[in-house]
Design a protein around this ligand. Structure first.
Ligand SMILES: NC(=O)c1ccc[n+]([C@@H]2O[C@H](COP(=O)([O-])OP(=O)(O)OC[C@H]3O[C@@H](n4cnc5c(N)ncnc54)[C@H](O)[C@@H]3O)[C@@H](O)[C@H]2O)c1
Length: 350
């Protein structure tokens, strides 16, 4: 047995998250007590399949599982209604029953779509997340938000549906493209700023120790999700940098990656904080993010960013909730009127 850390989540469905280097080889032992004997449908993407698809199917086979694999092209465009429907048909063709299961093997794209498929098929079958990107490990595989994109917007169709297990083999991340790994680092830094100064301090000298840092981020997300599974309050803290980041991502027509957009968004939020009577961490946060190679410039004007934010789904009535740092390790949710938001953005971006 290889060493691993287990983090337990108590939500509408309780589950364990195992984190360790090389633990994909032990997946059979993790699945057996949860699933018993059953069929599994694996959803993966073309890149992950080329790298690790055979290994997963062989490992599952050795553990006595009959596994059928469905591969979508790598990339966000695959998280769409056509692929969702095709995968549901595939599950039906494989004659999956309610005692069978889905495995998401990949980054957040595959994880979100597999989770939604599992929620929908036969009104719900179990699913297991095997995240293969840093972002999926620390964020999308934990907490039960599942979704696909539709032409009207990203993640507009989805469900809250918790997995039965998350198995995070950190060794798989060795093959990530540097920019994809860096995208995940933005989310890791986010956790430090919102809730954990110790974690933030640990991140000062990249590269960080992957296993312990992933485990700490997962713990933080677990604690937040346990308090507010359905995102009506404190879970909003996880959106630090995302209100602005999503707007930047959207305006760039997704040319700016999610992590880069979140990094820019976190700096805008940090600069907004003192304008709203909160703490000022903008300079030190910018230095940390720059050390990870993020370009922190915002290519859009205050007016453009404001318009893009207004069309985002996070708007409620005439108010916008933004996440602002009081200090490193302590963020708060602050309600602003749209006029206030516009005014602050103008002060920051001109
Ligand atoms: N459900 C949630 O709570 C939640 C939270 C954050 C983000 N998301 C979603 O997650 C998605 C982004 O996730 P992502 O950044 O993992 O993107 P992704 O799934 O597209 O993966 C990024 C790229 O890395 C490749 N890849 C994956 N694993 C690899 C590996 N081990 N080695 C080499 N290449 C590998 C993929 O093929 C892809 O090209 C978005 O759709 C976003 O909406 C969901």
């Amino acid at each position: 047995m290889l060493p691993y850390t287990t983090i337990h989540v108590e939500a509408s469905r309780s589950y364990d998250i195992h984190i360790g280097r090389g633990i994909l080889s032990q997946i059979g032992g993790f699945l057996r007590p949860l699933l018993g004997e059953c069929r599994v449908a694996v959803l993966t993407d073309s890149t992950v399949d080329d790298l690790y698809g055979e290994r997963l199917i062989e490992t599952l086979g050795a553990a006595g599982y009959t596994a059928d694999k469905f591969v979508v092209p790598a990339g966000e465009a695959s998280k769409c209604a056509d692929n969702l429907l095709e995968f549901l048909n595939f599950m039906a063709d494989c004659k999956l029953t309610r005692s069978d299961a889905v495995i998401a093997f990949g980054g957040g794209v595959v994880g979100d779509m597999a989770g939604l498929s599992a929620a929908l098929y036969l009104r719900g079958v179990k699913y297991v997340q095997i995240p293969t990107t840093l972002l999926a490990a620390v964020d999308s595989s934990v907490g039960g938000k599942t979704a696909i994109d539709i032409p009207a917007g990203k993640n507009l169709v989805g469900a809250f549906y918790q997995p039965a297990l998350v198995c995070c083999d950190t060794e798989l991340m060795d093959t990530l493209a540097p920019e994809v790994y860096r995208d995940g680092c933005a989310e890791v830094i986010k956790y430090g700023v919102i809730l954990d100064k110790n974690l933030y301090d640990k991140l000062q000298q990249p590269p960080f120790d992957r296993e312990s840092v992933v485990a700490r981020c997962v713990e933080i997300k677990r604690d937040v999700v346990q308090q507010d599974e359905f995102d009506n309050g404190v879970r909003g803290l996880l959106n630090f940098g995302h209100t602005f980041g999503h707007a930047i991502e959207k305006m760039s027509r997704f040319g700016v990656s999610h992590g880069s957009a979140v990094a820019k968004g976190m700096v805008i939020a940090a600069r907004m904080a003192p304008l709203c009577g909160r703490g000022n961490v903008a300079e030190e946060l910018s230095a940390l993010l720059a050390g990870y190679g993020f370009d922190l410039s915002c290519p859009y004007s205050a007016d453009d960013l404001f318009d893009a934010i207004l069309s985002d789904k996070k708007r409620r009535g005439g108010n916008i909730t933004v996440v602002l740092p009081e200090a490193v390790g302590h963020c708060v949710l602050v309600g602003l009127t749209v006029e206030e938001l516009h005014d602050k953005l103008k002060q920051i971006l001109g």
